[in-house]
Write a protein that binds this ligand. Structure first.
Ligand code: PBG
Length: 326
């Protein structure tokens, strides 16, 4: 074997500390954005059956929830409202005293430095469960923009630090940016769900947010999982319309897209590690089929390696705890 020429890669893997020295990617609690479902009513902590460990919580539990995140070193949450009433035009989405506006106001009063990101969509608030207004069974684009802009402004008025529109209507970033600027919120950034696929991985979320479409699907507005160039076109128009962050969603099956987006645009990229990705791991872990801690930290680091600067994840609290254990 003496004359054999080859490279000794294992030299850099020899010990725990050697591996730490050459590690290229790192996870920190401040990478995580924790999704919170705020439900109307009192003393409610409704377990979401398809997402073990995730609850819908009412306003009276919200301060404890944020305190827990702060103690874990997490700097930010994305808030979703679960309203008591729905109608055809989702009017609770842009009501100044809607459930999410109340939640945002309460968090900012008690935790002024905590970064509150508002998901801006209509599907939790419409009785048909679609992300826009409907006529003759069609989801209308332009009439929906006005309502989305109103929703964003009411969230900013309540104190939201970042507006995150997830509806996938064309022109939503332009409409929301315009609405925010007109309303005096030119300093509030837009974290656009720029690349959002029509994905079966959202199933458990729709349980949590009560936002399933009552007819049809979202394939006329969310993207076809088979497409890659289309993702770049979607992201490009959002950048031109004034987006400050670009979300790629879901995360795990779309790491190639995340890398493309990271390489093409010079904005922070956000991975949305969605509900189905969470629940699959939870279910396997509860059966003892995988090591939850190791598998979660591995998948989160893979998102950062693929180019994500931030990760929206239901695993945030566990991951932050595991990171501080080390
Ligand atoms: C609302 C919205 C959805 C998610 C985030 N915002 C659901 C959807 O588009 O159907 C999914 C999040 C998840 O699955 O964790 N439009």
């Amino acid at each position: 074997m003496k004359d054999l020429q080859f490279t000794r890669h294992r030299r850099l893997r020899n010990s725990v500390n050697m591996r730490a020295l050459v590690r290229e990617t790192h996870l920190h609690p401040e990478d995580f954005i924790y999704p919170i479902f705020i439900v109307e009513g009192e003393q409610k902590r409704n377990a979401v059956k398809s997402m073990p460990g995730v609850d819908q919580i009412s306003l009276d539990y919200l301060n404890d929830e944020i305190q827990e995140l702060v103690d874990l070193g997490i700097k930010s949450a994305m808030v979703f409202g679960v309203p008591a009433e729905k109608d055809a035009v989702g009017s609770q989405a842009y009501h100044d005293h809607g459930i999410v506006q109340k939640g945002i106001r309460q968090i900012k009063e008690n935790f002024p430095d905590f970064v509150v990101i508002a998901d801006t969509c209509l599907c939790q608030y419409t009785d048909h469960g679609h992300c826009g207004v409907i006529e003759d069974g069609k989801i209308l684009n332009d009439p929906s923009l006005d309502l989305l802009a109103r929703t964003a402004v009411s969230q900013a008025k309540a104190g939201a630090d970042i507006i995150a529109p997830s509806n996938m209507m064309d022109g939503f970033v332009a409409a929301i940016r315009h609405g925010l600027d007109e309303g005096g919120f030119e300093d509030v950034p837009v974290m656009s769900y720029a690349v959002k696929y029509a994905s079966a991985f959202y199933g458990p979320f729709r349980d949590a947010a009560h936002s399933s479409p009552q007819f049809g699907d979202r394939k006329t507005y969310q993207m076809d999982p088979a497409n890659r160039l289309e993702a770049l076109r979607e992201a490009e128009s959002d950048v031109e319309e004034g987006a400050d962050f670009l979300i790629v969603k879901p995360a795990l099956s779309y790491l190639d897209i995340m890398r493309d987006v990271k390489n093409t645009f010079n904005l922070p990229v956000v991975a949305y590690n969605v509900s189905g990705e969470y629940s699959m791991i939870k279910a396997a872990a509860q059966n003892g089929w995988v090591n939850e801690k190791e598998i979660v930290l591995e998948k989160l680091i893979s998102m950062k390696r693929a180019g994500a600067d931030l990760i929206v994840t239901y695993h945030a609290k566990d991951a932050a705890r595991w990171l501080s254990d080390k």
